[in-house]
Design a protein around this ligand. Structure first.
Ligand SMILES: *[C@@H]1O[C@H](CO)[C@@H](O)[C@H](O)[C@H]1NC(C)=O
Ligand SMILES: *[C@@H]1O[C@H](CO)[C@@H](O)[C@H](O)[C@H]1NC(C)=O
Ligand SMILES: *[C@@H]1O[C@H](CO)[C@@H](O)[C@H](O)[C@H]1NC(C)=O
Ligand SMILES: *[C@@H]1O[C@H](CO)[C@@H](O)[C@H](O)[C@H]1NC(C)=O
Length: 263
């Protein structure tokens, strides 16, 4: 009697167990398809590809085997996009925000034009963004602050404008902020002193102006602060006593700076 009472549940359980893997598989396929569509959209926005690296981005192979793509072994989702120094000319598709497993973007030393799409803020697994040595314009999207796992942001040598977004105060894992050689304005914000994870900040060759805020003295991990040519800031440098662990590099020659800031 007991048996017959429970059997419907057992049957139901069996059906569920059979169906769950199928459901999971089709869900996984749907997410993979989303990655594939996003990568195709990325490719469409690249107008010149002198080395033909994106030729391998065709449907004869799974996108995990395309050049510059690394996937997670289990879910087969894109985790790394690495097309550094490929001579690419084009702009960034907002669809990059659909690559929801993305942890690293390596696109330094190309000719990426246009703005950094705000959709990048949807990539909550993002840890490193290498976009230096490109032709990016517009403002640094404050939306990057949603990428709370972000450790390194490298945007040097572009044409970025506006100020350092105040939303960045919530980037509590950020260790390296490299935004040198742009057209940034609006001063060195006080709140940088609240991002206690910061180890290196490079701001040189912008039009930031203003002073180096004394709040930066709170950054116990900071070992590189490069703000050469923010002349007034250098003049107003607070006494060294408030920077207990800080070594200030004042690079006088841009060649010398390059050694440190090539990333
Ligand atoms: C598609 O990609 C493969 C390598 O993945 C390459 O050998 C082939 O030439 C490509 N096809 C086209 C039409 O570019
Ligand atoms: C930049 O990319 C070009 C190829 O487009 C390459 O020849 C050059 O060595 C790269 N520079 C650096 C510093 O990586
Ligand atoms: C991908 O992203 C774009 C722009 O952010 C959005 O409009 C579109 O619906 C997304 N596509 C899919 C398949 O999720
Ligand atoms: C900014 O990021 C949020 C959260 O990730 C996202 O919902 C929103 O669409 C983004 N805004 C833009 C303009 O992309």
């Amino acid at each position: 009697m007991c048996r017959s009472t429970y059997s419907p549940y057992i049957i139901l359980l069996c059906i569920t167990l059979i169906q769950v893997p199928n459901f999971a598989t089709s869900l996984s396929n749907a997410f993979q398809e989303r990655d594939r569509v996003a990568l195709q959209a990325f490719k469409l926005m690249i107008t010149q590809d002198p080395e033909g690296v994106l030729n391998s981005w065709n449907d004869s192979r799974h996108f995990c085997d395309w050049e510059g793509i690394t996937c997670s072994p289990r879910h087969r989702r894109v985790t790394v996009l690495d097309l550094q120094s490929k001579g690419l000319i084009g702009s960034l598709s907002p669809q990059i925000g659909n690559l929801s497993f993305l942890r690293e973007i390596h696109l330094s030393n190309n000719t990426i034009q246009g703005k950094i799409p705000g959709e990048i803020g949807r990539l909550f697994r993002l840890e490193a963004v290498y976009l230096s040595h490109n032709s990016l314009v517009g403002e640094i999207p404050g939306n990057l602050s949603y990428c709370s796992r972000l450790i390194g942001l490298y945007l040097g040598y572009n044409k970025l404008e506006g100020s350092i977004p105040s939303e960045f105060v919530s980037l509590y894992n950020l260790k390296e902020l490299a935004i040198h050689v742009n057209n940034l304005t609006g001063g060195i914000p006080h709140f940088l002193g609240n991002i206690t994870s910061l180890e290196a900040i490079s701001l040189a060759y912008n039009s930031l102006g203003g002073n180096i805020p004394s709040s930066l003295g709170q950054l116990k991990e900071l070992s590189l602060l490069d703000s050469v040519e923010t002349t007034s800031a250098v003049q107003s440098l607070p006494p060294f006593t408030i920077f207990p662990c800080l070594l200030i590099f004042l690079f006088l020659r841009i060649n010398f700076m390059e050694v440190f800031l090539q990333v």
